[in-house]
Design a protein. Structure first.
Length: 107
């Protein structure tokens, strides 16, 4: 059995970006809308341009050690990075939790 290699946080960001602001992504997001018309959980499949910009900004300011151990960051670390990057902490937390889940599947 071949061991799978853990994606880097940057590689995961590019995977999330695949369907940003395109027709397929819009269709997927519409399937997950709540009564208020929001669909944050669909962000990991099809982020909006603004969400992707925020995620890129947050990942860009992470230190090398934070990027290396991104799947093990605490809630406090995630909140601090979001605040430092001036991004929506909920969007960044959803992204980081998605990354942690992907890493757990690999190991």
């Amino acid at each position: 059995m071949e061991a799978r290699v853990k994606l880097s946080i940057q590689e995961y960001l590019e995977e999330v970006a695949r369907f940003c602001d395109n027709q397929y992504g819009t269709t997927v997001r519409s399937q997950f809308e709540d009564i208020g018309g929001t669909s944050e959980l669909a962000m990991l499949v099809a982020p909006t341009g603004e969400e992707l910009l925020q995620l890129r900004r947050a990942v860009a300011i992470m230190t090398p050690s934070e990027k290396q151990d991104a799947d093990r960051l605490s809630d406090e670390q995630i909140e601090r990075i979001a605040a430092d990057a001036q991004v929506d902490p909920a969007i960044f937390a959803i992204f980081m939790n998605g990354y942690a889940l992907i890493c757990k599947r690999v190991s």
